[in-house]
Write a protein that binds this ligand. Structure first.
Ligand SMILES: [Zn+2]
Length: 110
């Protein structure tokens, strides 16, 4: 994956429950916020030792939103969720991989 594929040039809210990301390689992604929440890799959501998921998707509201979305240096984003969770850090690589799983509108190969 090129660095352009994991460099975001734009972020925008898409309604209340999705985040749009424009990437430096020209791709555009729209990620449902709930999917980002479910992909949280923090120590509360994923067992640090075994890597086993600790988060029960049923406990994440279907209408979960982001109170705050903020950059972490140049490498990641952090979210404060409406369920109060705020410990996850999402490297751009992870967000791009998640986005590609949903199919970017351009350059969104399998
Ligand atoms: Zn988490």
């Amino acid at each position: 994956m090129t660095s352009a594929a994991t460099t975001a040039t734009g972020l925008r809210r898409v309604g209340e429950q999705a985040l749009g990301i424009t990437w430096a390689d020209g791709a555009e992604s729209t990620l449902p916020l709930r999917e980002i929440r479910l992909a949280c890799g923090c120590a509360v959501c994923v067992n640090e030792v075994t890597g086993a998921p600790q988060l029960d998707p049923d406990t994440v509201p279907a209408d979960i939103g982001a109170v705050r979305i903020a950059p972490v240096g140049h490498y990641a984003l952090t979210f404060t969720w409406t369920d109060g969770h705020a410990t996850g850090i999402y490297p751009w690589e992870n967000l791009r991989a998640l986005a590609d799983g949903f199919g970017a509108t351009q350059d969104g190969g399998a």
